[in-house]
Write a protein that binds this ligand. Structure first.
Ligand SMILES: [Zn+2]
Length: 413
């Protein structure tokens, strides 16, 4: 189970003027880029999972020999690895880096808010001082936050820095538990009292089908012009149009849903329970469904927005291992089988329940079994689990309200 103190991260991006010569800074950025490229090339051909320790063993001394400081080296190999991983997971080619940009750890810079200045420690013992060109109040806002990393860039017209600030927030003590289950067609939200009573259900449609339609269009076009679609302007433009639609629909939906879930959770003072996506990827029925039909990216986007909005409201978010949430009986742990449309039945104890609601029960119980707040007897099912055929009803109204009241339904066609 993951979770803990919620953290808010914000970046302050500003132009930065070097005091005196900036030769060393430019040299540093070139050296840094070339070092990341070198590592990308080497990691690309290694077909095994590289731990931090292994990365360190492979590359640390070489990087230090090039003149980098200890934490420069760490940033470089971690960054190179993440570039390779994301390129490979997108099925792309080996990346070629052109931009001059470096991540710098907090040990390698000093921020002086009184002076509005930043001192960076560079390679081979060099240093550079940069003046931050931004209103003092903007920086002042972060004075009781901790800064931990920055990115410095050269963009042809000058230098820019983004300083990342972080603040942990004391989560509100939860009074209820909100389990969130995401499916292809809908998102189901179940509200539980701390004693395990199910007190509310809400269901939102997802725009998955609409996204899928655009996806199918793209595939159709690509199939018709298998080799040439990249090179014919009209065809490429058509594909881009569908891609843009997908992007808009998914971000729009994610923001709105994140906002809605967090608002509800705030109203009921809930801790929000989500399934952990990284575990979902492993050989899981649900994972397979997502991968085949959409990829997990849309789920990740929704999750990101829910977590972000929750943290903005000082609400706690906990992730549980999703294994079995859609296949195990919440009453006895037996195996569930299809029993009509969207209904599951346990072969062992006879439990019958709506597929999505059953998933939220399991999600809740995984949380409750480890939680410090919940006092529920975990081995049994929530006492008032919905009867078969009973539809989730809204927390404030009926089921139709749950599906149609929000702006979210504007995606249904
Ligand atoms: Zn059972």
């Amino acid at each position: 189970m993951r979770g803990g103190e919620p953290v808010v991260v914000e970046a302050l991006k500003t132009r930065a003027l070097p005091e005196g010569s900036y030769d060393h800074l430019l040299e540093f950025l070139r050296l840094y880029r070339d070092a990341v490229q070198l590592l990308v090339d080497r990691i690309w051909s290694i077909n095994e999972k590289l731990s931090r320790r292994k990365l360190h063993r492979l590359f640390y001394s070489d990087l230090v020999r090039l003149g980098f400081r200890a934490h420069h080296a760490k940033e470089i190999y971690v960054y190179a690895k993440s570039i390779v991983e994301s390129a490979k997971s997108n099925g792309g080619r080996k990346p070629v880096l052109r931009k001059l940009s470096a991540r710098v750890d907090k040990y390698d810079y000093k921020l002086d808010p009184d002076d509005m200045a930043l001192t960076l420690k560079l390679h081979s013992g060099n240093e550079v001082k940069l003046r931050l060109v931004t209103p003092r109040e903007r920086l002042g806002r972060y004075m009781d936050w901790s800064n931990y990393e920055l990115v410095v860039k050269y963009e042809g017209n000058g230098f820019w820095v983004s300083v990342y600030f972080r603040r942990s927030i004391k989560p509100l003590k939860p009074k209820t538990v909100m389990a969130v289950d995401l499916n292809f067609d809908n998102v189901t939200i179940a509200l539980f009292a701390l004693d395990g009573r199910l007190t509310g259900l809400k269901r939102f449609k997802t725009p998955h089908r609409k996204i899928l339609t655009h996806r199918i269009w793209v595939e159709r076009i690509q199939r018709r012009y298998p080799k040439s679609w990249r090179f014919i302007k009209g065809v490429r433009k058509a594909i881009e149009r569908h891609g843009k639609k997908i992007k808009n629909i998914s971000w729009d939906y994610s923001h709105k849903l994140g906002d809605l879930v967090a608002e509800l959770a705030l109203k009921y003072r809930s801790v929000i329970i989500l399934e952990n996506l990284d575990e979902l990827r492993e050989n899981n029925k649900k994972g397979k469904e997502f991968n085949k039909r959409l990829g997990l990216w849309f789920y990740r986007r929704i999750q990101f927005c829910v977590e972000y909005e929750a943290r903005e409201r000082s609400l706690e978010v906990v992730e549980i291992d999703p294994r079995g949430t859609s296949s195990k009986c919440p009453r006895c742990g037996g195996k569930l089988a299809e029993y009509g449309y969207r209904v599951l039945k346990c072969g062992k104890c006879g439990f019958i329940g709506d597929r999505d609601v059953t998933a939220t029960l399991n999600i809740y119980m995984k949380y409750a079994s480890k939680s410090k707040y919940s006092r529920c007897g975990v081995s049994g099912v929530a006492p008032n689990a919905p009867k078969p055929g009973e539809n989730p009803s809204g927390m404030r109204g009926n089921q139709d309200d749950a599906v149609t009241s929000s702006h979210i339904n504007s995606y249904e066609s």
